[in-house]
Ligand binder design. Structure first.
Ligand SMILES: [Zn+2]
Length: 328
């Protein structure tokens, strides 16, 4: 199943690459048609190149050396004239691939070995997990978040905080931006989002996911019940593949949503505990946990060992305010 997905995505990449190449050829033709000097320059550069090659085959002499040197200087001049024209037009003559690490091939060379690019790993994760969770990763950015949806009125009684919902969400946005900036720093804590539904937890985690992917890391989103099903399917029913199971441990950012809604048994508890512990020890991995329950409520549901892991290794962000989905 996994290798089928790889093949399918490789075909998609090939189509993407072919389209980018075709687009480039068309764009180049347009630029060259509008600026005939470019074609002349190309012709001259090629002709100087051929003459240089021919000269270098002749018996060596001072005269030949000088002619070669002159031609090389001429080529440099022609190239810089070409670059000046392109700079003036503000264009670059290369295909526009969506990933500039792998040029949409899906693979990069690392220490002489071919390795899957993070963009392709992410495609596989999206296919395997993220799409099925209706996780709309595209439009959610910090810039698109309408702060007017958050009241500027503090209400200690209602929200249990002297801070207004607006001020609170601004703090959370800052914590999230720091998290993105220091993602690969081992001292950067994970994030725990608590608070009732509809006040921006999923939105903010999507914003973070978008940025993390843009920075070339992989992201996997999973609700706690589905996550435990994936683990159990792999370990006990062999329905899921090891590659998918491994992803839960190795993906750069794992987002566990809806913690506390799963039917918790001792076995499930120990799986979550193992996963969190393993991720805390794996370099360049971070976890965001989102829950509708408060820390106090979680402490009642789970063993103190999990809660103390959360308190020690997670920055806790409490969301509060009115349901913004109703306001939309
Ligand atoms: Zn790539």
């Amino acid at each position: 199943m996994f290798s089928e997905a790889v093949k399918r995505i490789e075909r998609q990449y090939e189509i993407k690459r072919t389209q980018a190449d075709a687009l480039f050829i068309a764009e180049k033709k347009e630029i060259y048609d509008a600026n005939p000097r470019l074609a002349e320059l190309d012709k001259e550069i090629t002709s100087c190149g051929i003459r240089t090659a021919r000269l270098s085959l002749q018996p060596n002499s001072d005269k030949i050396q000088k002619e070669i040197k002159d031609l090389q200087n001429k080529i440099l001049e022609l190239k810089s004239e070409k670059q000046e024209i392109l700079d003036k037009l503000k264009v670059t003559l290369s295909p526009k691939y969506s990933c500039d690490k792998c040029n949409d091939t899906g693979y990069i060379l690392k220490n002489g070995l071919s390795e899957m690019c993070s963009c392709m790993k992410q495609e596989l994760l999206n296919e395997a997990y993220n799409k099925s969770n209706m996780y709309n990763l595209q439009d959610e950015t910090f810039d698109n978040l309408d702060l007017n949806l958050f009241s500027t009125e503090p209400n200690l009684e209602r929200y249990g905080s002297p801070t207004s919902p607006r001020e609170n969400i601004q703090k959370i946005i800052q914590v999230s931006k720091d998290f993105i900036k220091d993602f690969s720093n081992k001292d950067q804590k994970n994030l725990l989002f608590t608070g009732s539904a509809g006040i921006g937890k999923t939105y903010i985690s999507s914003c973070i996911a978008n940025e993390i992917i843009k920075n070339g890391h992989t992201v996997l989103y999973q609700t706690a019940p589905l996550l435990l099903d994936s683990i159990f399917d792999y370990k006990y029913n062999n329905k899921s593949t090891k590659a998918l199971y491994d992803n839960l441990f190795n993906v750069n950012l794992l987002i566990i949503d809806d913690l506390g809604t799963e039917n918790l048994t001792a076995a499930k508890f120990s799986e979550i505990f193992t996963l969190l512990n393993a991720r805390l020890l794996t370099p360049n991995t971070k976890t965001i946990i989102s829950t509708n329950f408060s820390l106090e409520e979680l402490s009642k549901m789970y063993d103190t060992r999990i809660v103390s892991r959360l308190i020690g290794n997670f920055n806790i962000c409490r969301f509060f305010g009115e349901d913004i989905r109703l306001k939309h």
